[in-house]
Design a protein around this ligand. Sequence first.
Ligand SMILES: [Zn+2]
Length: 366
Amino acid sequence: MFVRSCSLSSWSAAGGAAAAARASANAPPLPSSPALPPSKPGPRSMASTSAGAGAGRVRVAVVGDVHNDWNLDEDTKALHVLQPDLVLFTGDYGNENVQLVKSISDLQFPKAAILGNHDCWRTHQFSEKKVDRVQLQLESLGEQHVGYNCLDFPTIKLSVVGGRPFSCGGDRLFRPKLLSKRYGVDNMAGSARKIYDAASGAPEEHSVILLAHNGPTGLGSRMADICGRDWVAGGGDHGDPDLEQAISDLQRQTGVSIPLVVFGHMHKSLAYGGGLRKMIAFGANKTIYLNGAIVPRMKHAAAISTRERDGLQGLGSMAPTSRAFTIIDLFDGAVEKISEVWVLVSGVGSELEEETVLYRRPREHM
Ligand SMILES: [Zn+2]
């Protein structure tokens, strides 16, 4: 069988990722923020667990479904606080918001992204006559759009493999004409095969992170489950069956290590005020499933004093905002810790505002 090899991230090829990874490796721990509320619930703060502190440590930042809440300047400042080696975007940037996707492509961090169902909100099929907005978004992202593809980051020994672009969840393909024309995919089995083939091309010594817009089936069917339907009574599993198939085939038939599957689409806040979704699940072969869709991912910061506001105006800065990310710390290819964080960005600086630990790897007995 012919298996394509992965693309090499141009960051790596140009030395960018290497430089970024090295810069991160030598960076001091994250600054703590004693004036702010303590992190919850873990006893350690982000400050004491900064990634990049030694060989094998890698930090990944997930930007969940954006839905227009993106500002290159402010998000760059927030990411400088978090110091990731790699940034992953789960899609739904806007409703075919080409400018915003272009702005994400300008982010100066190693990164990978996938388009979601909102990114082909109006475009149903490929047009021979004019360049459509799906095409423009794909062109902006270039190799960094990993849908049905594999992007290698050799300096951190990771490959990111994309699932099916434009997914809307459930057992039917969304935008079948686009998928057929652009990717030659006509059914779920063909889609699973494409994901499988892309992951099979990852270098042997790399761990694979799967990045999809929506998660796989098989992770529960209650409304609050990680891919559970929250808009109908009784819930249901709204995962992607092709993604579950691809993961299961990869785990049975290859030696590919998949420590992490990252996705969005199913928002953390459940419909009709139904509470909060479970954002993490555990599968076979030590694979962790992570939903990064904290929506909205931007909040205007709490009221500030008149004096502070005057000071900010003096600096010509924007009103302070808090911006959400999910942070994964890996060590030698295994997930050590996962946290949801909010970073406060204002004209006078940026700092970690809140951290909620979702997972911490149990210590192994010596
Ligand atoms: Zn979506």
